[in-house]
Design a protein around this ligand. Structure first.
Ligand code: DGY
Length: 327
């Protein structure tokens, strides 16, 4: 007997996803794909919420209280593609009876790799070097050419010791022989702390005593502008700030000022307060590496993220407990 397509849940997918993920979704659900991959505005998101049983959304979708207030509402699940979900108003979702899931674990290693890439780019001034060469300004090898600072053996301070923070810590300690300080709500289990020789301190001490500080906290009211002018002033003048978490964790105006005045030596950023807009003050500086939110941008992670969102959708459609429920 042919399965009646009309009984399958309608799932709107807000952005283009890797082909294996779109195929898996199409086999299982009455799926509405976004072939042109145009970001959905508030009206288009409301249309999706009013006409689909579930929405597979992502960080480019602003699902605030007003959008989630749509009438009539049909959606029961927001299966977010991505680990961060601050773009979804969880209180509003709860009030409307919408469950929310994310995709933890699967992008940890790639995001940690990117944080290390930014550390190397910022300490060794690699972006500047490449720009010099491409602009035909390179005059050849000489001992004083384009000196950066060594990363190996220095002190790394991690703020936020969740999955990604720990993956960065392992790379820094085992790969680069770095000394590790960290600030986190929860301390590492004793065995892991000992294996990494990690010292738990408060946030201020991380800034005061680290050569490189890397941020791995979620965006929230608590973490907004965690890096402000005062904390940047605590850093040594050769200090480097790395951010692969969320842009609003850093007061970008204060960072621009600190980089301009040499309060710290450099920064490596993958995330911004108002993406895709980048603060013009940052764009004007040479001592900051700027990447376009690439932390999880590998074929492997993006397929794994999609399949993780798919698994949450399947669990929901079968009335099972949601593996990655966050709201
Ligand atoms: C994540 O998974 O949080 C990425 O930043 C994309 O949203």
């Amino acid at each position: 007997h042919p399965v009646s397509v009309s009984t399958r849940p309608v799932v709107t997918v807000t952005r283009r996803l890797p082909a294996p993920v779109e195929s898996a979704l199409a086999e299982r659900f009455d799926v509405r794909l976004n072939r042109p991959d145009t970001p959905l505005d508030a009206a288009a998101l409301q249309e999706a919420l009013a006409t689909s049983d579930a929405v597979l959304c992502t960080v480019s979708d602003r699902l605030g209280a007003e959008v989630l207030g749509v009438e009539p509402l049909r959606t029961r699940l927001l299966a977010n593609f991505g680990v961060g979900f601050e773009h979804i108003n969880l209180d509003a979702a709860r009030a409307r009876g919408i469950a929310v899931t994310n995709t933890p674990g699967v992008l940890t290693e790639d995001t940690a790799d990117l944080a290390v890439a930014l550390m190397l780019m910022a300490t060794r001034r690699l972006g500047e070097g490449e720009r010099e060469l491409r602009a035909a300004r390179w005059a050849g090898w000489h001992p004083m050419h384009h000196l950066g600072r060594r990363l190996s053996g220095k002190t790394l301070g991690i703020v936020g010791m969740g999955r990604i923070g720990r993956a960065v810590a392992r790379r820094a300690v085992h790969g680069f022989g770095m000394r590790l300080l960290y600030a986190s709500r929860t301390e590492l289990p004793a065995g892991e702390a000992a294996a990494l020789d990690a010292v738990h301190v408060d946030v201020d001490r991380v800034f005061a005593e680290s050569d490189v500080v890397s941020l791995h906290v979620p965006s929230s009211g608590e973490t907004r502008h965690l890096v402000d002018a005062r904390r940047l002033e605590l850093m040594p003048p050769h200090g480097i700030l790395i951010n692969t978490s969320r842009g609003d964790v850093v007061d970008e105006g204060a960072l621009v000022d600190a980089l301009q005045r040499g309060v710290i030596a450099g920064a490596g950023l993958d995330v911004y307060a108002e993406e895709p807009r980048v603060n013009p003050g940052l764009l004007a500086l040479q001592n900051v590496v700027l990447l376009p939110h690439l932390g999880s941008a590998t074929v492997e992670s993006r397929i794994a993220m999609g399949m993780r969102a798919f698994e949450n959708l399947v669990a929901w459609s079968e009335g099972r407990e949601l593996p990655d429920r966050v709201g």
